[in-house]
Design a protein around this ligand. Structure first.
Ligand code: GLU
Length: 443
């Protein structure tokens, strides 16, 4: 058995039942054979095992009182995965599916994603099985205050800087920040994704979606394809999906679909993004409301199976949403490119189909790194007590995304895996973190 496979078996046996974590580790490991061969130091310093073990995992109880006066209990997490490159950095996810495996897969991914940005940020992730859906603002505030009352012991602007993820937006970040400030009596850049009027960064909200499109544009251009007039299917209707759609439209593409956990909309005339924003951001309603206004659009309830013909597919909802069956639908309909806006949205079987059929594939670690990149800009802005304009941040973001593409493309060629951007991202991210770990000794 190869060195890498032996290590993979060992890591799986040490972390039983953590299927999403196994999936994320396997995705990186499949490309590491030649990397280890070329750099025997990684073996000598047992980087493979060290990089898969989080520096620290915190798990805690969150008690809070709902509007009926009942005491509720949830579970909170923060996985501080690796700080070889900078303070732990990564979002908080509030969703009923949150568990140790999900937290660890997200934390692991974040380490390499953050490394690819070229900015000084390590990787971490956190969250809770709390479901913000249907909760009043007072309930969300009560939960967030209780969550932070434990979390504040473990974070800090030079230690660990959380942000948002699924279920955590500017509102939740505000409640968390207010409680941190009260407990510490310190006004620090300890969270990113804050509102603009108290230290937030312009373009942070748009960053993941815009960044995804800058990446896709770069990937297409390097392959002599233009985004203009292409059809795009997007899943999700959260922050990532909305701003991916907005940027795709502004770059001349036509967006056909968006979805939520109940169903999806298909607008053959092209999605009206202002209407989506009105439904999702202002009214905070479900996506099917869209067809009440755009009567030529259709709503289908149930899982979106990517069965609408398109040139470009952008899964922007959640992990493992795009499976083998969906991938076959996309292939049958002649898809050209797929890029991951969510974290690990394509199953390994789906990815294999894309790569085997020479579909341009932009992996999450690279393609959705725009959000955390602008978070790092927010951190630096807070440190120097400065504010950058929207245009400044947007142009930095564009630059970062094109550097990421350039880097992973070069590395894929170096390892004779030309145009396999998944390989390029995993190898480039790994090497950066591994080299920093070796330089800092056995810690
Ligand atoms: N949750 C986002 C991600 O998956 C952003 C993290 C951050 O801004 O720290 O990368």
């Amino acid at each position: 058995m190869s060195y890498i496979n032996e290590k993979l078996d060992y890591i799986i046996s040490q972390n039983p039942n953590e299927t999403e974590f196994h999936q994320a580790v396997s995705e990186v490991f499949q490309y590491l054979g030649p990397v280890i061969e070329k750099n025997p130091e990684y073996k000598k310093y047992n980087i493979i095992e060290r990089i898969c073990e989080p520096d620290r995992q915190i798990k805690f109880r969150i008690s809070w009182v709902d509007d009926s006066g009942n005491v509720q209990v949830n579970r909170g997490y923060r996985v501080q995965f690796n700080n070889a490159i900078g303070p732990y950095k990564g979002g908080l996810r509030f969703h009923p599916t949150v568990n140790t495996s999900i937290m660890k897969f997200l934390g692991f991914e974040q380490v390499f994603k953050n490394a690819l940005t070229g900015l000084p940020i390590g990787g971490g992730k956190g969250g809770s099985d709390f479901d913000p859906k249907g909760k009043s603002d007072r309930e969300i505030m009560s939960f967030c205050q209780s969550f932070m009352t434990e979390l504040f012991h473990h974070i800090g602007p030079d230690t660990d800087v959380p942000a948002g993820d699924i279920g955590v937006g500017a509102k939740e970040i505000g409640f968390l920040f207010g409680q941190y400030k009260r407990l510490k009596n310190a006004y620090q850049g300890v969270l990113t994704g804050k509102s603009i009027n108290y230290g937030g960064c312009l373009a942070r909200k748009e960053a993941t979606g815009y960044g995804l499109l800058y990446f896709v544009d770069e990937m297409l251009r390097q392959n002599n394809i233009s985004l203009k007039d292409k059809t795009v299917c997007i899943s999700g209707a959260g922050n990532v999906a909305i701003y991916a759609a907005e940027k795709a439209i502004s770059l001349g593409a036509k967006v056909l679909t968006m979805s939520d956990s109940s169903g999806y909309i298909f607008d053959p005339m092209g999605i009206d993004i202002d209407l989506v924003k009105e439904v999702k951001e202002n009214q905070r309603k479900r996506i099917h409301e869209y067809i009440n206004v755009r009567t030529n659009a259709k709503y289908f309830s149930g899982k979106f199976e990517w069965n609408i013909p398109c040139d470009i597919a952008l899964p922007c909802a959640t992990q493992n949403e795009l499976d083998e069956k969906s991938a076959l639908n996309l292939l049958k309909n002649g898809v050209t490119a797929v890029a991951e806006g969510a974290n690990m949205p394509c199953t390994p079987e789906a990815i294999k189909l894309f790569l085997d059929n020479n579909i341009l594939f932009g992996p999450a670690k690279a393609a959705n790194a725009g959000g955390v990149s602008v978070s790092a800009i927010e951190m630096s802005q807070n440190s120097v007590r400065q504010v950058y304009s929207f245009e400044e941040v947007d142009s930095k973001l564009k630059n970062i995304m094109s550097n990421i593409f350039e880097k992973i493309s070069t590395v894929s060629t170096e390892y004779s895996l030309n145009k396999n951007y998944l390989a390029g991202a995993n190898i480039a991210g790994f090497i950066k973190v591994a080299d920093a770990m070796i330089a800092q000794g056995v810690v």
